[in-house]
Design a binder for this molecule. Structure first.
Ligand SMILES: [Zn+2]
Length: 339
């Protein structure tokens, strides 16, 4: 009888070790050790045995049960370890694989250029000032020596809110506000949006950005203006950038000029970017008209100053070599991502 139990135990052990997974293993355990299992059935035979054999047989069955439970536990652990190993292998990260590129946003090209220009002037000691986009006619035109009948009013096509209030057409309006608020020496820049009632085409938009600069103190001359602008150009377009001034007429500046910079693409030899001229117009500037100083309460006999203004989109187009200003505002990600 004992041999028979040994036989069952060996059979059961082999079946357990062969089990490929936990389910198969549990099935074998039920088959031998379960309520209706083979070994449990053997135990039931105990009562039919002669008294002298009962103790030995019972011990043999219990011993077989204990050993099988041990085999079961061992093999269960082995299966769990191998399952874990397999999972770790599957989940392993190959650190040598190239990374997925993260699509990060970036500053808009117009903002990039605006910040670059601001940084240059901040580096020269300029203070950054602000003015309102909804402005009085007085600050936008009248105080800038642009009276009611002046042709520049029509040229700039203001978007009017009423007789006295409009959306500013130029950041020059901030100059007046600064002059009213501060006493010289003044050294400030203002940047922001300006608005004009004009159709969007390749060169113009109804809404664009300007940067305005203003310097007022005793003994400020046109040479100071020229030196400042030349220094700005070298910071902006490199050490080889040269500037030249062409006479122009701004009502609020006397004398006033347009400034050209030597073409930063061809260095002045002539190319499609500069239309073959070797020079590119970048800004307007001039000495502040004595009348404008006086209107803002600054004595033109004591103080003098200069101002300059530039269109940020124009500089951006030149820098990025874009021929249509509208491209900057179409929000085409693939276009903007280039910059
Ligand atoms: Zn050129």
């Amino acid at each position: 009888m004992k041999k028979h139990i040994e036989e069952i135990c060996r059979e059961a052990s082999e079946a357990m070790v062969r089990a490929a997974d936990n389910d198969a293993l549990a099935k074998v355990r039920r088959q031998y050790l379960g309520k209706n299992g083979i070994l449990t059935g053997e135990m039931k035979k105990l009562k039919t045995l002669p008294v002298g054999e009962k103790a030995d047989f019972g011990a043999a069955v219990n011993d077989a049960k204990t050993r099988l439970e041990e085999v079961f536990a061992e093999h269960r652990d082995r299966l769990e370890r191998s399952a874990l190993r397999k999972r770790l292998e599957e989940e392993a990260i190959d650190v040598t694989l190239p990374a997925t590129k993260i699509q990060a946003g970036h500053t808009h090209p117009v903002t990039q250029v605006m910040e670059e220009i601001q940084e240059i002037f901040i580096g020269m000691g300029y203070q950054v000032v602000e003015g309102p986009e909804v402005e009085y006619d007085y600050y936008n035109f009248e105080a800038l020596n642009i009276p009611d009948d002046h042709p520049q009013r029509e040229e700039q096509n203001p978007l009017k809110i009423n007789e006295n209030i409009l959306l500013r057409t130029q950041t020059t309006s901030v100059e007046i506000r600064v002059m009213e608020r501060q006493r010289p020496p003044i050294c400030a820049i203002a940047s922001g949006r300006v608005f004009r009632a004009q159709e969007a085409d390749r060169n113009d938009l109804p809404n664009f950005h300007q940067i305005e600069g203003l310097v007022i103190d005793k003994n400020i001359t046109f040479s100071d203006l020229k030196g400042t602008m030349a220094s700005f150009a070298r910071h902006m377009w490199g050490d080889l950038a040269r500037v030249k001034f062409r006479p122009y007429k701004y009502p609020y500046n006397e004398p006033s000029a347009k400034m050209d910079v030597s073409c930063f693409h061809c260095g002045g030899k002539g190319c499609p970017v500069c239309d073959g001229a070797g020079w590119i117009e970048v800004l307007g500037c001039g000495m502040i008209h004595p009348k404008v100083l006086a209107m803002s309460g600054i004595d033109p006999d004591v103080y003098s100053g200069f101002g300059f203004g530039l269109d940020v989109e124009r500089i951006t187009m030149l820098k990025m070599q874009i021929s249509d200003i509208r491209l900057l505002y179409e929000n085409d990600e693939s276009f903007l991502a280039q910059f």
